[in-house]
Design a protein around this ligand. Sequence first.
Ligand SMILES: Cc1cc2nc3c(=O)[nH]c(=O)nc-3n(C[C@H](O)[C@H](O)[C@H](O)COP(=O)(O)O)c2cc1C
Length: 495
Amino acid sequence: MAVFLHDVLQSRHAILRNYPVVGHLRYLIERLGPELRQYIVASDTEERPFDRVQRSWVYQVSKGQNSYQGFGTAAPIETTPDYLVIRHSPTPLSAAHPEAHDGTHPPLTPAAKTLGGPRGRDHAVRPPSLIAISAMSFGSLSSAAIKALNAGAAEAGAWHNTGEGGIAPHHLQGGDLIWQLGTGYFGARDADGRFSMARLVEQCEAAPVRAIEVKLSQGAKPGLGGVLPAAKVTPEIAAIRGVPLGVDVISPPSHREFHDPDSMLDFVEAIADATGLPVGIKTAVGQTAWFEELADLMAAGDRGVDFIAIDGGEGGTGAAPVVFADHVSVPFLTGFPRIYRIFAERGIEDDVFWIGAGKLGFPDRALLGLGLGLDMVYVAREAMLSLGCIQAQECHTGHCPVGIATQDPRKVRGLVPSDKSVRVAGYLRSLDAEIVRLAHACGVAHPSLINTEHFELLDGHHDSTIATQAFRYDPAWLERRTSRMRDRVGIGNLA
Ligand SMILES: Cc1cc2nc3c(=O)[nH]c(=O)nc-3n(C[C@H](O)[C@H](O)[C@H](O)COP(=O)(O)O)c2cc1C
């Protein structure tokens, strides 16, 4: 009885609040997991989408636990094709911020580029961190999860993307927002469901919106719209999304406000004029002629998107048909360089603020993304892991056992936002610190000075390819990016 009461009343562990007493088994099994799996089930790197090594790292750093490893790497670095190696400098830099032991935290590393700067937007801003929480709507995530993510982002000093479900009161815990506009224009639609600029402006004035993201597609389900069944449309969700109660809520596959890059640029410029905010797009990568047309229009004219967020086909979702998740759109490491090259070939890559998503919430992959040209990294499921997600993969059923991807009040009760926000902040800070530490090991003071020369990919047969060659980047692009970034971060060193 005492254990039951303790479990139900404590606030640190959602599993124990929702499954008192028996929930302890999960911790026991987790502790014995490495041994059990090593002999019986799977290896540390077999689980998907995130393996045990990745998940443990997020859990440990979120809780402020020791994430070091003893005895050396367990990764098969000599035999794995495309194994990523970061090329350190013989003369690494010392830490700018020695670790604080007084409970204070240095601010996160700001992005090097100003978002909206090249197009002179009224509210152009240099984002305060290289990492932001990626789009996940209230509706797909619980109110408690959204609160914890936003409060954690605020505590660490990072931005939080609303997802396409509109701005909920749960998003207003102090964290600055990127407001995502999907094809349903939720929160910015009139009574007929059409986009309403007046509603958009009104909402932007009422919330700390720093940028607007027009969502074209998402890596896990590109080319698909969405349906929120009437049964799931609570009065709260109906009010936030600006939709009627009692009917299915449809997000069509395409935007009604534009149909090609030309008309999209008009839409983007109209939003930027009305709000003064930087406006960008989020998209997965399939056919590329569309992006070539966009780049041609931007190179030739005076309209443009302020940022492009590229999502990988390996990205997450609340729910998607398996074939779309598995086979539609290319992974981030294929898609992002492809689009970046289109802009770099036209000499306009610096006019765009680049964001990426697709399992980038780990120091090695985040650094590679930055080296490929990203200005900011989005993290979605990794942020869920920091909230206590156990990768049950029940997001589409509403039965998420830890209260994150569910609207079931009994499950949501388990997640205590004030407790979990600290973990989100801990995760964001640790990811930032590791990225900076890697940059210093490479001999550069800011992660935006990292480029493709800082990586090689092993071939599993004792040879390797430098990333510049593997991703077909022109060395001239690296030089011009590095010199611009050096000017921006005010630092003269380069490995
Ligand atoms: C539960 C869930 C809900 C999501 N909702 C949205 C959404 O509303 N809009 C969107 O553009 N992407 C959405 N995504 C995709 C993420 O924002 C992100 O692009 C993708 O998961 C890749 O990042 P990750 O590998 O760090 O998870 C969602 C992902 C998850 C897991």
